[in-house]
Ligand binder design. Structure first.
Ligand SMILES: [Zn+2]
Length: 160
């Protein structure tokens, strides 16, 4: 188990796929790897506990008409990054490492890899050199940029 690195980070809970922290600076939760992973490692499998036909801030898009709530629920705390270390594979229902990840690193994925048109856009603060700024869904990003990322079959079908 990891303890918070600074007083700005509060340890909340330990889960199989990672430890949940709360940033007192941003007020956001985030999941931190609790062991090392290699690219293509399956960090955890997941399921859909609820399927709706409209996106909201807690859903992940599976296809044109299905937006799912992830089960286990704590996976909702996976944050977005424009330079992510994970892929949330909604076709295989698995969270997969796409980089070497060391224990203690925050787990994140590229939201437009599954989301076509998000219900709530946000200004990304991932600080990567390739940060795309406002994140609204794949619909608003060029295919050239999207194709640098792992994408769901649905997003691939939308960009041809
Ligand atoms: Zn970013």
């Amino acid at each position: 188990m990891f303890v918070a690195k600074t007083t700005a980070e509060e340890f909340i809970s330990a889960y199989p796929a990672g430890n949940l922290y709360l940033s007192k600076v941003t007020g956001h939760h985030y999941l931190v790897a609790n062991k090392d992973y290699s690219p293509s490692d399956i960090i955890t499998r997941f399921d859909a506990s609820v399927i709706t036909d409209r996106p909201d801030r807690y859903t992940v898009q599976k296809n044109a008409n299905e937006h799912i709530i992830l089960e286990p629920r704590y996976l909702q705390y996976l944050n977005h990054s424009c330079d992510p270390n994970c892929y949330l594979d909604t076709d295989k229902l698995a969270l997969i490492a796409i980089k070497s990840i060391r224990a203690g690193e925050t787990l994140d994925f590229f939201y437009p890899g599954t989301e076509w048109d998000m219900s709530e856009s946000f200004q990304c603060l991932c600080q990567s050199s390739q940060c795309l700024g406002m994140i609204q869904g794949a619909k608003y990003i060029s295919p050239e940029i999207l194709n640098k990322y792992p994408l769901s079959l649905f997003i691939k079908s939308k960009i041809g």
